[in-house]
Design a protein. Sequence first.
Length: 81
Amino acid sequence: MKYQTNGTCSSAIDIEMDGNTIKSVAFTGGCNGNLKGIASLVAGMDAKDAIERLKGIRCGFKPTSCPDQLAHALEQILQGQ
C-alpha cells in the first residue's frame, strides 16, 4: 500500500503487510537515516503495537510526524481488512 503523507517532510510511505504484521516500510523523502531506523524497528511488528507506540508523536511544532503518519497509514490498512 502507498500512503500519501500530510504535514511531513516525507511525501509517501510504502507499506507491505503479512496479515496484521508489518513486513516492510519505505518512506519517500524526509530524514533518511531516522526513517530507515523506524522502518527497521517496525519490521516484523504487529501493526496494532506499532500504532500504539507511534500515534501522536509530533515533529517540532508540527501537529504530526513521520512516525505519526505511519500510524495513520497502518490504521487505514487495518480498517480495510
